[in-house]
Design a protein around this ligand. Structure first.
Ligand code: ZN
Length: 306
């Protein structure tokens, strides 16, 4: 384990000293350089080249979702340990003075902070379900949405590939069970083709989300048994512990029921999504092809639109 921690630290330090990531003094929270962002943009170009011909609805949400959306999503039941909520000062002059005094003494100045109506998005697709639900019953063709946003998960780590704030580029399919499963099968092929075209080694495996607690272990087991989640794994800092860079998820009717999303026949919708972890793919590219993008294989640069 310690060798793995060393490998994480070494790669992170390498990225920081090359200026690709910018330290913010918190594990898992980084600024990105122009070079880093251009690679991220290239991954989005590669994703769009494959996905745009399907003419998805494009939805872009801020990194925050409504607290009510978080509550209704079911995420608090399955993964409370990863949740981020936005708090703000809501006192008067006296409370403000007290807060500054506490701050001065190095105490916990956050004690008087109150939750706002905003939480942080745990996944890019969380804004999509309520938006599609609000439209009413879907047409027979269902819905297909392209979304991309910063997500937050509270899991501080020195592994540069486990950031607390990172972006996911997703396509989300909503429709019948058959439409959702067909979509996932298609993207499992497409996802592998994209990563292969980037010259990265990978494997695809059945996976489970990091659900919380005893109930979480049951959820995780059934998720694996029913093969609801697959991940495309790329070795970044370790071949024994490769990193999930793309995930292919079938939610059955979980979000359909949660949000009241219905098909044209009035049935509860099934949903599926494919998510590209753009920072993780960027880190995999830098690891495998080196920190100087100008020396990357021409074919890889072509895919990224350089
Ligand atoms: Zn998703």
């Amino acid at each position: 384990m310690s060798a793995l921690q060393d490998a994480y630290r070494d790669y992170r330090d390498e990225l920081l000293s090359a200026g690709l990531l910018i330290s913010m003094g918190v594990d898992g929270l980084y600024g990105r350089s122009g070079t880093f962002e251009r690679i991220v943009e290239g991954i989005n170009i590669a994703f769009s080249r494959v996905g745009d011909p399907d003419k998805p609805d494009v939805m872009r949400f801020p990194p925050g979702i409504g607290k009510w959306q978080l509550e209704q999503s079911g995420y608090l039941k399955s993964s409370p340990q990863l949740v981020g909520t936005i708090h703000s000062f809501a006192g008067d002059d006296r409370d403000h003075r007290a807060m500054l005094e506490t701050l001065e003494k190095g105490g916990d100045w956050t004690a008087g902070q109150k939750t706002t109506q905003v939480a942080l998005a745990p996944a890019a697709c969380y804004g999509v379900y309520p938006a599609v639900a609000a439209r009413g019953p879907m047409p027979a063709s269902g819905a297909l949405v392209d979304c991309y946003t910063y997500c937050f998960r509270h899991e501080p780590s020195i592994d540069p590939a486990r950031m607390q704030m990172f972006r996911q580029r997703e396509h989300v399919r909503l429709g019948t069970e058959e439409q959702a499963l067909t979509f996932r099968k298609l993207w499992m092929e497409r996802g592998q083709a994209v990563i292969k075209s980037l010259g990265l080694p990978f494997e695809v495996d059945v996976a489970n989300d990091p659900f919380f607690g005893r109930t979480g272990r049951l959820l995780a087991t059934s998720q694996r048994e029913e093969a609801l989640k697959f991940e495309l794994l790329v070795p970044i800092t370790s071949t024994e512990s490769p990193t999930a860079c793309v995930s292919f998820n079938y939610h059955r009717d979980l979000f359909g029921r949660g949000w009241g999303i219905t098909t044209s026949t009035g049935d509860v919708a099934h949903t599926a999504c494919v998510g590209f972890g753009v920072e993780r793919i960027t880190l995999a590219l830098l690891k495998h092809h080196g920190l100087s993008v100008e020396h990357w294989p021409k074919q890889v640069r072509d895919v990224l639109g350089y």
